[in-house]
Design a binder for this molecule. Sequence first.
Ligand code: MN
Length: 230
Amino acid sequence: MTDVYSFSPPPVISLPIVGTSKLFPVRRIFCIGRNYSDHVREMGGDATKDFPIIFTKPADAIMADKSTIKYPLSCKSLHHEVELVVAIDKPLRQADEEASLLAVFGLAVGVDLTRRDLQAEAKKNGLPWDCAKAFDQSAPISAIKPFGVLPASLQGEIELSVNGKVRQSGDLQQMIWSVPQVLAQLSNYFELLPGDLIFTGTPAGVGALLAGDHVSASIAGIGDLQFQIA
Ligand code: MN
């Protein structure tokens, strides 16, 4: 490779796929905020049908299941947000909900790690969320469970525990915007491409993580994810 590039290019970021030794190559990570009304309320907002906030994380923020994650540098408040992650393997451009459903390769459990201190400051000052959301190691994600055909409306318990105590508990049915609605809306802003992942928002119960905490997250019928804060 060094005859083409001035140094070795970074490795392809990938996630394991349940039931096969093949890997899912990751392209980009899109996230939406405010998709469960009980979480919108706990953050002091109004749950409306306006499309949620869109932000991104770099693909290399992904951490595999059972990772040890470093507590972020100069951080005063690291929060957990358990979320359904959608993995797509077909392009979507200004797509409708039907086409969006057909583009789903599979689903996974992710935690949108958030620096709540910096997010609160960014919100107050109308600044971008990058430092609060797109930091190193901010996207632990489970193996992807492939789905031949995804049902248009999902249900299943979504839960997160810290050191064995349940902090977040909800159901996918509580999502304000369904998976096909989220994908269709996102495809009005971005041409979604194979390898893209989408974090779809968190239920209520977000809270702080401390060094040494053990986090365990799950979505019924989809998978589970564990990690440790160093
Ligand atoms: Mn989130």
